[in-house]
Structures are given as structure tokens and as C-alpha cells.
Design a binder for this molecule. Sequence first.
Ligand code: GLA
Length: 395
Amino acid sequence: MIMGMPERLDRERLVALVADGPGRSAAAGVVRVVRAPGRVNLIGEHTDYNDGYVLPAAIDLEIAIACVPTDDGHASLTLEATGETAAVAILDVGDAAGVWTDYLAGTAREMSRTGLAVSGFRGVLSSTLPEGAGLSSSAALELASAWALSPAGGPDATPLEMARIAQRAENEYVGMRCGLMDQFASACGVAGAAVMLDCRSLEHRAVSLPDGLAICVVHSGVPRTLVTSEYNERRADCELAVATVQRLDPDVRALRDVDLSLLARAADLDVKAKMRARHVIEENDRVLRTVEAFAADDLVAVGELFAASHASLRDLYEVSCPEIDLLVQLAMVTPGVVAARMTGAGFGGCIVALARPEAVAGLWARVERDYPGATGRTPRMWQVRAVDGAGELTT
Ligand code: GLA
């Protein structure tokens, strides 16, 4: 399917995948099915690792794991899509190997280090969440793994604590220096709402979206090959800005503490680092204003804030690309589309568009008509719903 609603992961079908395999039927009674969602960030991009604000929503593109507990100290997982099986020794995971099981292994290691119980399982992973699309399939794999490794009922920790454990798995085991947003959204999502997180205090709250707004995610089809190296470089630019500004004001701990007038005084700051810092300072402000605009049902303001965010990510943070810019343009000229911008780390991936429900088909028609010929890429689009964070799949 190129455009549509995400397919639902059906619990009975997943149970059967694990329970009906050779010699497995006896285990049918103890099959657990756990799930973790991907996310789309509405606004607040590249702010999380600067102690700023983010406003993501967990979405119904998800990873589910159907599993049977084992007591052999191994987590063995088969990918439904390919049939590939890989196993991780959960109490002695070794080094990351640049493979998908690193996310499982890193999560097991960080859970053990935190003192949480982990136990082995034999499972099948089924997913509706595309990889490499910038919709946080890594975070979803970490959170789904955490639930599969935990006893029935889930980990003995809050969703926010689980998000931080998963982030450490990614930072310290996998080697991606991501902030907390993706793991936070996958762990703490709220059905029907976006979730605002203050990445310094870790206070968070659900932010309802105005009635009658569809959330559309359009995938550019551009592979995000440079994402880890470029991402880590942007973080280094921000750290350079903080270190330089600290010479003017020693109380500055992160870009969250810097305003534009203080930044303007940092005359010797590297030009690129100054551009990155300006994006972060203004983007934090845009998150707060977007939350206010949603509360006031002011969709014109939401549209302007999304447009300003996109322009800043393109021109100051330099993480967009021509394909993503074109998708945003196509969305913005479609009648009934209220707001559009790139979402996630950038370097390809997806845009998010908020649209009147009756405009969704028109958006897809325009993308399908104008995008492939201009770019040589195959787009995909989903109309997603905001869902709860990771947990047991109950129906
Ligand atoms: C990736 C990271 C997040 C965040 C975004 C950009 O998704 O994993 O922590 O930094 O990029 O906003």
C-alpha cells in the first residue's frame, strides 16, 4: 500500500506465529505480545539534546513482538518479514556489531545495569513501522525489546525511566548520540494527543490536537545514509556554541540557557555553530507557541510556526534536502493542509502535514503527480493516529 491508514497488528495472528511453530504448541498459553510505537515529531527538532522542548506523538506504525519466556539466558528473535533469526545472550551481550540485534542487546545491558529483571524469550517480531524513515524504528525496537525482556506486566519502572534506559542503550551501546525524544515518545505516548516534554526538567504533558485534524506522514524515499555522522556533528556544533557562550556567562549549561542577545555577543563563535544555536533558541520558542496555538485552535499560527521551523532546519541547521523541501512545498499548496514541515533528524526521511480530513486524498494526489518525476523517488504516505506508548498488545 502506497497511501493509507497503517495496518493493525493483530494479536491472535501474532500469538499463532510463536505458538504454532514446530514443538511450540505447548507454549501457547504463555505467549505474550508486546508492542512499541514509532513517533512523528510535530515540532521541536534538534532541541532535545540542548535541554529544550519537543512535541512528538506516538503513532500507529508500530513494532510488536510475540514471545514465549525461556530460561536459557537468550533472547532469540525471528523477523516475520524476512524469516531471519538472531539470538542475544542477554546477560553477556558483548560489543555492538552494527546489526539490528544491537538495539535488543543494548537494552538488555542497560536494563541489567539499572537493576531491572531481564529474562530470555523466543519471539517473532512483526512491524508496520518502516525502517530508516525517520519515524524512530530504533526507539520502538528498544522499547518493544524492553517489554519482551521483562516479566509479564512489564518492566518495574516508569515509562519515563524506560525511555531513559533505551536512550542509554542507543547512546552508549549503539553509538548514536540521540536525545531523549524518540524513546520518550515510544514509551510515554498518549492516545489521541501529542506529548510535550521539557528535556531539562523531564516534565511532560499530553497536548490535545484540535478536533478534525488529520496527521499525515509522507516518506520521501530518500535513504538516510549520513544520519549518524551528520547528527553527531550537529551536536558537536551545539556543544561548541555552549562552550563559547560560557566564557561570557558561566551559568550557561546548555543552549536552553542562551537567548539571541547573548548569542549575538559571542563575536568569536564559529559561523556554523552560531547558525545551529540560533535555530535551537528559536525552535524552543516555537514549541511553546505551537502548544498555545493548538489550545487556542489557531491553525493559521500553527501553519506559520511549522513553516518557520522547516525554513530554519533547512537554512540554519542544514538538515533538510531538496526532496523533503519539495514535499513540504507540495503540502503547503494543497487546499486544506494546515501545516507542514520535515520531521525527525533530517537527511531524508519524512515530512509531517496536518490537514483537514477531506484534504488528505488531495495531498496524496498532488504528491503522486508531482514528486516522483521531479526526484526519481517513490513516496509513501500514511494517515496516522496518535497512540499510547509501549505496552502489552491486548487486542
Ligand atoms: C533523532 C534523535 C532525536 C532528536 C531528533 C531531532 O530523531 O533520535 O533525539 O534529536 O533526531 O529532533
